[in-house]
Write a protein that binds this ligand. Structure first.
Ligand SMILES: *Cc1c(COP(=O)(O)O)cnc(C)c1O
Length: 349
């Protein structure tokens, strides 16, 4: 039987992914640069991303769950793989089988791991985010004594705000634990944290979003390239007459006769309704703005700037993450992790 051909493409630039890692590695100074590949590699495909980052030289990988660890464990053999969410009771069988290290977050997780004689682990310390992790006091009271700890880490709440005083306070809190736990390494920085400067880098950095083209702070932007490029096919061309409206809710009214293309892309593909009347697409560089509301499977764009567009042509969706985030109000993380399953996915290398 013939294979269906998708009207949606997601093109990935493997060289840009590798270059982004190299840039973050350089900016991490003497610290090793790892990679957060949780949530299916931020939506790009955990295995595709991990393979390429290993080729680039990355040796430290982070996921959120044991299912995610299992998916890339074979690729990470001989390298370091850590599970941010640690060990629930349900995780113990797989966690003690040794595919990855848990990052222990609570006294209960520490106790569970200790009783199972689980081996090497990482530990998360909460230094002000009040999300996951032990308190600095708990560590000071000897809760971790005798554990075999690879990486003692914490996570910055406001790394994307370079002037926020919490950054320095969180660094100081983690740094105060140096030499107190037998941890081989210490780690604090996500992508934006790397741009905060040398003191923050410690032994290991853990960027995610910037590997994939995100730049939340201006210091990163010049070094980071777009990795994911969505494209959608035109399934109908039409002329919308002056005074007519387009789409659900008739939110767009043509002020003059307008050339319109209907593209096979919608909120079911992760192109959320916040792009309604705001998103951009282009055909050979000519800008074709989204008009009216985004539907589940369709958008309408004005092709007045590219009247040669025909049914079957492909339009590039403007998806530079910082710009698309400003346009839509979605975070750069949401822009990637919500991309749906209908794309034909293609890595160029
Ligand atoms: C997701 C995550 C990271 C990576 O963060 P980015 O902002 O994507 O660079 C690093 N550390 C922890 C604990 C995380 O949960």
């Amino acid at each position: 039987m013939a294979e269906p051909v998708s009207p949606l493409r997601l093109r990935f630039d493997g060289a840009a992914l590798a270059d982004n890692w190299h840039a973050l590695d350089r900016m991490s100074g003497s610290a090793a640069c790892g990679a957060a590949v949780k949530a299916n590699g931020y939506g790009l495909g955990a295995r595709d991303v991990t393979q390429r980052l290993i080729r680039a030289g990355c040796r430290d990988f982070f996921v959120a769950t044991w299912a995610e660890a299992t998916e890339i464990a074979d690729l990470c053999e001989g390298r370091s793989l850590s599970v941010f969410h640690g060990v629930r009771r349900e995780d113990m069988a797989i966690a003690t089988a040794g595919v990855a290290r848990p990052c222990l977050n609570s006294a209960e997780q520490v106790k569970r791991w200790r009783e199972a004689a689980g081996g090497a682990c990482d530990v998360m310390v909460d230094t002000g985010m009040n999300r996951l992790g032990l308190s600095v006091e708990q560590v000071g009271e000897g809760l971790l004594d005798g554990l075999r700890i690879d990486t003692l880490m914490s996570h910055l709440a406001c790394a994307d705000e370079p002037d926020n005083v919490l950054n320095d306070a969180q660094h100081a809190a983690l740094a105060s634990l140096a030499g107190q736990t037998g941890a081989v390494r210490m780690s604090l920085c996500n992508s934006a944290g790397i741009a905060l400067g040398k003191k923050y880098h410690m032994d290991l950095t853990r960027p995610g979003i910037s590997l994939y083209g995100g730049a939340q702070v201006s210091a990163l932007a010049p070094h980071i390239r777009q990795v994911a490029f969505p494209e959608a096919q035109v399934i109908q061309r039409r002329l919308v007459g002056s005074g007519e409206t387009v789409g659900y809710g008739s939110t767009f009214t043509a002020e003059q006769d307008t050339q319109v293309a209907i593209l096979h892309l919608g909120y079911a593909d992760g192109y959320l309704r916040s792009f309604s009347g705001r998103g951009g697409t282009n055909f050979g560089g000519a800008g074709c703005p989204v008009i009216g509301r985004v539907s589940m499977d369709l958008i309408a764009v004005s092709v007045d700037a590219a009247p040669e567009v025909r049914e079957g042509d492909w339009l590039a969706i403007d998806y530079d993450l910082p710009k698309a985030s400003a346009q839509s109000g979605l975070s750069q993380y949401e822009l990637l992790t919500t991309l749906g399953r209908r794309y034909q996915r293609n890595w160029n290398e």
